[in-house]
Design a protein around this ligand. Structure first.
Ligand SMILES: C[S@@+](CC[C@H](N)C(=O)[O-])C[C@H]1O[C@@H](n2cnc3c(N)ncnc32)[C@H](O)[C@@H]1O
Length: 267
């Protein structure tokens, strides 16, 4: 995986967020379909994944695959933890996240790094937040091992990812990864079961699991109609991204893809 191919995938997403005042890159979670903005749905997905995880004034929280920093900033504002660290693969996104954080009174710290080889000390983190990023990691076992390594004993991992019951079919999409275009999905999907067995073998106990596909596809439908309401001309620069999101919405609704939310505890 190179910066160039990942950048090609995320450039149109960046343009979309700029045009629509968004600061998250995730698909969102619609509590009630047809109600609420895409921005509100993206925040709801973050709160849904965190759930009742204890985050207080002494908590150190790590957001892995933090994108342009929206969720890390929202968590900082809502819970006021001691520190939020965002790790992100794309240098351009780290730069955008830092720029956004420069206006905050208490801001997260953003660093460039790889989820499969975290630049952090053993047992240094209370809560890991990882939303819609692991689908890109070629070695998810290494990523889960790293989460276990950097978490304190009893620490919590909140992980949300797109999975599929049709792994072989979606493995074909990996052929697109060889070409740096915006259709390059850079995805290597796991099944829900792959995650469950990797957690168990890596010493992470499952506290909670939700298959959120319906709520996520409702959010995408709302988001896409918000984007379309501004007209075709206003979506110049990210039309192909809208087609991609529309496909994602249909595949989630049809059960070809799932959107899994997990909360785990390091034993
Ligand atoms: C769909 S975005 C989600 C961003 C953010 N979690 C959010 O909810 O707004 C996925 C992010 O994961 C990042 N990513 C992909 N591979 C990564 C890796 N190996 N290590 C760290 N980040 C990675 C991408 O660059 C992208 O910013």
């Amino acid at each position: 995986m190179s910066q160039r191919t990942m950048e090609a995938h995320y450039q149109p997403n960046w343009r979309l967020t700029q045009a629509h005042g968004l600061s998250g890159y995730n698909c969102g979670y619609a509590e009630s379909p047809g109600c609420g903005t895409f921005d509100a749905h993206q925040r709801s997905l973050v709160w849904r994944l965190i759930g009742d995880t204890p985050i207080a004034g002494d908590t150190i929280l790590l957001d892995i695959g933090c994108g342009i920093g929206g969720p890390a900033g929202w968590i900082m504002e809502r819970y006021g933890p001691r520190q939020v660290i965002g790790v992100e693969f794309l240098s351009s996104s780290v730069h955008a996240a830092r720029e956004r954080a420069s206006t905050m009174v208490r801001a997260p710290r953003f660093i460039q790094g790889d989820a499969q080889n975290l630049p952090l000390a053993d047992g240094s983190i209370d809560v890991i937040f990882n939303l819609e990023s692991a689908l890109h990691y070629p070695d998810k076992r290494a990523f889960i091992r790293e989460c276990h390594r950097v978490l304190k004993p009893g620490g919590v991992l909140c992980l949300g990812d797109i999975t599929t019951p049709h792994k072989r079919l979606f493995a074909l999409a990996a052929l697109l990864n060889r070409v740096p275009t915006q259709f390059n999905s850079n995805v290597r999907l796991w099944t829900t079961r792959d995650y469950e067995s990797a957690f168990a073998s890596q010493g992470l106990a499952m506290d909670w699991h939700e298959c959120a596909s319906k709520r996520v596809s409702d959010s995408l439908a709302d988001g896409l109609s918000e984007i379309r309401s501004r007209g075709w001309a206003a979506s110049a620069g990210f039309r192909a991204r809208c087609v991609y999101l529309a496909f994602l919405e249909k595949l989630l609704r049809a059960g070809r893809l799932n959107y899994d939310l997990f909360r785990l505890r390091r034993m």
